[in-house]
Design a protein around this ligand. Sequence first.
Ligand code: ATP
Length: 347
Amino acid sequence: MEIKIENLTKAYGDFKAVDNMNLNIADGELVGLLGPSGCGKSTTLFMLAGLNDPTSGHIYFGGKDVTKVAPEDREIGLVFQNYALYPHMTVADNIMFPLINRKVPKAEARERAQEMAKLVQLDHLMDRKPKALSGGQQQRVAIARALVKKPEVLLLDEPLSNLDAKLRVETREEIRRIQQEVGITTFFVTHDQEEAMSISDRIAVMEKGVVQQFEVPQKMYLNPGNLFVAQFLGTPQINIFDVTVKDGKIMCGDVVLREGCKAADGNYKAGVRPEAFNVSENGILVKATHVRMTGRELQLRVALAKEELRVLVHSDMQVSVGTEFCVTIRDNQILLFDQTGKTVGKY
Ligand code: ATP
């Protein structure tokens, strides 16, 4: 079912937790809503769920205005950070609960719960109580319970926050698999950019209640619309530093980073991702100031003019603090931002 969010605003007094949001989500799409703490993600999700009334604007599910429709009549499945399973009930009873609540006959409820448990690959654990399950398994029970009523929309609010790093990765892959198998339109709230990028069809990045950009992950990573989005996506973080453009040259201090730049002469912020550098025979001379081995790569800090930049290189490079070497920056990997933070070009 497609979702349309139109001019959606939630104000608390003068403060706008969500400010004039407009998003169109396609049927079957998984959209990741991403942003720092307090940017308005949960408020948005709660409005979609009907648990929080918008101050203004509209929400449409499949073309129908549901802005004033009660939560139980919205055909949504909800999953929160804390699994909120009933501790005294078995997995089977937890999954069946929404159906029993709706007076679905027990035999039918059991059959549908079994089907859902199979989908989330927990059908062999139906008689267990939640405390005898891992965090990831508990969250899968919560997802099965959210899906058992066959909702049209699945809303997930930081569903992986309580899991350790390895389980987070496994469970997010599981969520994507289940979502694709069911084909359900899904809204996934997270503050974790890697998580959002890895499983979403598109991501919406929010800051201070305002959607900054809505785009497929790769495009957003390569073409961030502004400085905030550029800095929010990617680890280690993108390098941001002051540059001047003069006669088509992008200069960092006296060092020429690029020639043939078409931006007007003036002062800009430049953004270069740590992985955008190639070590080369000739080019820009830099000096290593920090070296960290992470396994797959070396994370360096290098001095370039007055800046200290993060640079990723292959783990087999022979480099230590004080080593001087040359780098080039790959084509289209220097982003230029104007003084308001808006992206003005890629060079
Ligand atoms: P987190 O990742 O920390 O959960 P979030 O992006 O989900 O954050 P929200 O919970 O949507 O953020 O909150 C957005 C903003 O609205 C926050 O600044 C919060 O303090 C404010 N807010 C939320 N509820 C209320 C309320 N009832 N009254 C006043 N301000 C509120």
